[in-house]
Design a protein around this ligand. Structure first.
Ligand SMILES: [Zn+2]
Length: 50
């Protein structure tokens, strides 16, 4: 079970989600929020879920 850091929605699997590695740890963004935030996180990710 994962929850979106941005909007709080939950899912059983993070497939299609973006996992962002921050100083505080992992941050999960759902597919919709990923599109909204892609510009700010691009180039910094280990994009294992794409
Ligand atoms: Zn979201």
């Amino acid at each position: 079970m994962v929850s979106c850091t941005s909007c709080g929605t939950t899912a059983e699997s993070p497939l299609g989600w973006t996992t962002d590695v921050t100083e505080r740890g992992l941050r999960h963004l759902c597919d919709r929020c990923s599109r909204d935030n892609i510009r700010s996180i691009e180039g910094r990710l280990d994009q294992v879920y794409w």
